[in-house]
Design a protein around this ligand. Structure first.
Ligand SMILES: Cc1cc2nc3c(=O)[nH]c(=O)nc-3n(C[C@H](O)[C@H](O)[C@H](O)COP(=O)(O)OP(=O)(O)OC[C@H]3O[C@@H](n4cnc5c(N)ncnc54)[C@H](O)[C@@H]3O)c2cc1C
Ligand SMILES: *[C@@H]1O[C@H](CO)[C@@H](O)[C@H](O)[C@H]1NC(C)=O
Ligand SMILES: *[C@@H]1O[C@H](CO)[C@@H](O)[C@H](O)[C@H]1NC(C)=O
Ligand SMILES: *[C@@H]1O[C@H](CO)[C@@H](O)[C@H](O)[C@H]1NC(C)=O
Length: 595
C-alpha cells in the first residue's frame, strides 16, 4: 500500500505542467471551449466528461489549493477536523438564526480541489425514488426521474470491500450498486460496540425495521452505512474524477484563484451571452479575464454560485442596485429558497471502557493509528467516524397534518434521519475530558423552512450573508421533536440495557422531557448537516420563477450553466453528494449532446 503514496507523488510531479497556481502563469495564447468554475462534485465531473473528448479545451478554475495542503484530507476518520475555520474551509457563519434562539452557526464549505467532498463526512446515500420523481414533476423534465437517472447513479459507483475486509453479506445489496464507476464506495469499516445493539433493536422494535440497503430507492429503516471511502482513503470528487485525468493535454487547472464574476460578451436577439469570466487572487487584484468559446459552467456550490451570479448582475434587481451592481438579467430567485438539513446530536452516556472519545484524548494512540493508516491504509483511521444510519417518518396521524400538508416527496421519503457514532458530539459544547459517550443524532431532512444567500457588498471577496431559516416553521419544530422522541424510544430498547446509562446533561438533553422542552433543547443545540441547496433552483422552461432551466442553463442567458447543489428545487431527503454527482453526470451528457 506504500505504493499508493509513491504513485500519488509521481502523479503530482508529472502533471505540474497543467496545474497553474497563479493566473499570471496562464499562457496568453490559450483558448478554452469551456471554463468550469469550482472543483467540487459538480465541477469535477463536468471537467472530466467534457475533456474526455480531446477536441474540447477545458479550463477548471478553483479558489482553493491542491489537496496536498492538508494530508489529513485523505484520512477518513479525521474528517471532522477539516472544518470549521481551517485552511480548507471558506469559514462562513450564518446570520443569527431566530429558529435557533438567535445563534449564529459555523457554515463550512470546502475550499480546495474536490470542494466540500474533500472535507465532508463521506456518507453515501441515495434519496427515495419520489425525490427524483418530484424533480421531474416540478421541472417538467422526465430526464430527472428516478427511472431516468438510476443508471447514471450506478455508473458513478465502484463498490469495493470495507477497510477491514469483513464479509458484508446481508449488510448491503451489491446488485443495486455499480462496480466500474469513478467513486469508490464501501460499507463502514471497523466494528463498534454499537453494531450488534443497533441491529438487535431492529428486531425488538417493529417501529424501526432493518433495511438491508437504504440506497434502493426506499430508504426507510435502519442499515449499515455506506461511505465514499475505498482502499482506506476518502474518495472526493478530486480523487475520483480529476486525479486520474491530470495528464490530459486538453485540460488545464488554475488553483488559488477566485472567479469574481461572469462577463457579458454579446447578445443574440436580445438575450445576453455570458461566456467571459473575471478572476483574481485577492480583492486588491490584479483582475484577469478570459472568454470561453462555447460555455461557462458555474459549479461554485450553493453559497458561492448565487454570489457570483449576483456580482455579475444576474439576480434580484432590488438587491443588486443596493450595492451599485447593474442588473443585466433580473432573476428574483437567485440566492433565494436556500434549503438545508438540521442536525441535532443527542448524547448518551455509556458504560464502556473504550469509545472513540479515548482516541481524541490520547496523542500516542493518534500517532499509532495514523502510522498504521499511512503504511497500510487500515485501522481505525481508514474508516469514517459514524456508524449505522436510519431514516424514518413522523406518524401518519400526527396532529400537525391538520394544518400542514406532508412536505416529503412520497410515502417512502423520510422526514428524519438517525445516525450513530461511538463518541461525544456537539456543536455547542466542548468534548468532556473524561467519560464515554454515544452520539445518536436526529436530523430533520424534509424541512419546510427556507432561507437565502444575499450579498453584503459588491466586493467579491466579502462573505455573503447566509440565512438557513432553520426551525422557523411549525412543521419543522414538530418533526424534529418527533425525531428526538423516536431516538429516545430506540435507545430505551432492551438491547441497550447495561450499556446506555443516561442522557447527557451538559446540552440540556437529560432534562428535555415534554414536547416544549425538547423543542427548546433542539433550538439550543441544532446545527447544519452541511447540505445547502436551492439557491439557483431549476424550474420549467419559460417559468417566471426559478433560476435554471431543466438543462441547467441560466434563464434568459446564453453560454452559462449552473452545475452544482444550487439547482435542486428541494433538498434531497438524503446526504446529497450522490445527487450532485448525478446532476453533473447528466449535465455533461446534455452539454455533449448539444454539440
Ligand atoms: C463538513 C461537511 C460534511 C458533509 N458531509 C457529507 C456527507 O457525509 N455526505 C454527503 O453526501 N454530503 C456531505 N456534505 C455535502 C456535500 O459535500 C456537498 O453537497 C457537495 O460537495 C456539493 O457539491 P458542489 O459541487 O455543489 O459544491 P462544493 O463541493 O462546495 O464545491 C464548490 C467548489 O467551488 C469552489 N469555489 C467556490 N467559489 C468559487 C469562486 N468564486 N471561484 C472559484 N472556485 C470557487 C469551492 O472552493 C469548491 O471547491 C458535507 C459537506 C460539508 C461541508
Ligand atoms: C479560514 O480560517 C483559517 C484559520 O484561521 C485561515 O487559515 C484561512 O485562510 C481562512 N480562509 C478564508 C477563506 O478566510
Ligand atoms: C494511550 O494509548 C497508548 C497506545 O495504545 C496506550 O498504551 C496508553 O495506555 C494510552 N493512554 C491512556 C491514558 O489511556
Ligand atoms: C457495565 O458493564 C458491565 C459489563 O460490561 C456490567 O457488569 C455492569 O453491570 C455494567 N454497569 C451498569 C451500571 O450497567
Amino acid at each position: 500500500m506504500q505504493y499508493f503514496v509513491l504513485l500519488a507523488l509521481l502523479a503530482v510531479r508529472t502533471v505540474s505542467a497543467t496545474v497553474y497556481t497563479d493566473p499570471s502563469q496562464l499562457p496568453a495564447f490559450k483558448k478554452y471551449d469551456y471554463i468550469v468554475v469550482g472543483a467540487g462534485p459538480g465541477g469535477s465531473v463536468v471537467a472530466n466528461r467534457l475533456s474526455a473528448k480531446s477536441s474540447n479545451k477545458v479550463l477548471l478554475i478553483e479558489a482553493g489549493s491542491t489537496t496536498d495542503i492538508d494530508p489529513t484530507i485523505d484520512v477518513p476518520f479525521l474528517c471532522t477536523g477539516l472544518a470549521p475555520n481551517t485552511i480548507v474551509d471558506w469559514n462562513y457563519t450564518t446570520v443569527p438564526l431566530p429558529g435557533l434562539n438567535g445563534r449564529s452557526i459555523a457554515y463550512p464549505r470546502g475550499k480546495v480541489m474536490g470542494g466540500s467532498s474533500s472535507i465532508n463526512y463521506m456518507v453515501w446515500t441515495r434519496g427515495p425514488t419520489s425525490d427524483f420523481d418530484r424533480f421531474a414533476a416540478v421541472t417538467g423534465d422526465r430526464g430527472w426521474s428516478w427511472e431516468a437517472v438510476s443508471q447514471i447513479g450506478k455508473n458513478i459507483e465502484n463498490l469495493v470491500p470495507p477497510a477491514d475486509g469483513h464479509n458484508t453479506a446481508g449488510q448491503i445489496i451489491p446488485s443495486i450498486h455499480g462496480t466500474n464507476g469513478p467513486v469508490q464506495i464501501s460499507v463502514q469499516g471497523y466494528p463498534t460496540d454499537l453494531d450488534s445493539r443497533v441491529f438487535a433493536t431492529t428486531r425488538e422494535l417493529p417501529e424501526f425495521p432493518f433495511n438491508e440497503d437504504t440506497s434502493s430507492g426506499n430508504p426507510l429503516g435502519i442499515s449499515w452505512s455506506q461511505f465514499s471511502v475505498g482502499g482506506g482513503i476518502r474518495y472526493s470528487s478530486y480523487v475520483a474524477y480529476i486525479q486520474p485525468i491530470l495528464s490530459r493535454p486538453n485540460l488545464d487547472i488554475l488553483v488559488n484563484t477566485q472567479v469574481t464574476k461572469v462577463i457579458k460578451t454579446g447578445t443574440v436577439r436580445g438575450v445576453p451571452i455570458f461566456t467571459g469570466v473575471q478572476f483574481a487572487t485577492s480583492a486588491a487584484g490584479p483582475f484577469h479575464t478570459l472568454t470561453a468559446t462555447t460555455e461557462v459552467i458555474l459549479s461554485a456550490g450553493a453559497i458561492n454560485t448565487p454570489q457570483i451570479l449576483m456580482l455579475s448582475g444576474i439576480g434580484p434587481s432590488a438587491q443588486l442596485s443596493k450595492f451599485g451592481i447593474k442588473t443585466l438579467v433580473n432573476l428574483p430567485d437567485v440566492g433565494q429558497h436556500l434549503q438545508d438539513h438540521v442536525v441535532l446530536p443527542n448524547v448518551f452516556t455509556v458504560n464502556a471502557t473504550f469509545t472513540q472519545d479515548d482516541i481524541a484524548r490520547n496523542a500516542t494512540l493518534i500517532a499509532e493509528d495514523y502510522e498504521q493508516w499511512a503504511l497500510y491504509k487500515t485501522g481505525q483511521f481508514a474508516t469514517a467516524p459514524t456508524a449505522e444510519i436510519g431514516w424514518g417518518r413522523i406518524p401518519a396521524n400526527s396532529a400537525i397534518y391538520r394544518t400542514v400538508d406532508d412536505p416529503s416527496s412520497g410515502p417512502h421519503a423520510p422526514h428524519f434521519e438517525l445516525q450513530w457514532a461511538e463518541a461525544f458530539a456537539s456543536f455547542v459544547q466542548p468534548t468532556p475530558a473524561t467519560g464515554h459517550y454515544l452520539m445518536f443524532s436526529s436530523n430533520l431532512v424534509s424541512p419546510t423552512s427556507r432561507g437565502s444567500v444575499t450579498l453584503t457588498s459588491s466586493n467579491p471577496f466579502a462573505f455573503p450573508s447566509i440565512d438557513t431559516g432553520f426551525l422557523t416553521s411549525a412543521f419543522d419544530i414538530f418533526a424534529i421533536t418527533e425525531a428526538v422522541k423516536a431516538a429516545k424510544r430506540f435507545m430505551a430498547a432492551p438491547a441497550w440495557k447495561g450499556y446506555v446509562t443516561g442522557r447527557y446533561e451538559g446540552t440540556g438533553f437529560a432534562d428535555a422531557n415534554t414536547d416544549a422542552e425538547i423543542a427548546e433543547y433542539a433550538r439550543n443545540n441544532a446545527a447544519t448537516v452541511f447540505h445547502p441547496t436551492g439557491t439557483a433552483m431549476m424550474s420549467p422552461y419559460g417559468a417566471n420563477h426559478g433560476v435554471t432551466n431543466p438543462d441547467l442553463t441560466v434563464k434568459n442567458t446564453l453560454g452559462l450553466r449552473v452545475v452544482d447543489a444550487s439547482v435542486f428545487p428541494y433538498v434531497p431527503a438524503a446526504h446529497p453528494q450522490f445527487h450532485v454527482y448525478v446532476i453533473a453526470e447528466r449535465a455533461a451528457q446534455l452539454i455533449l449532446e448539444n454539440l
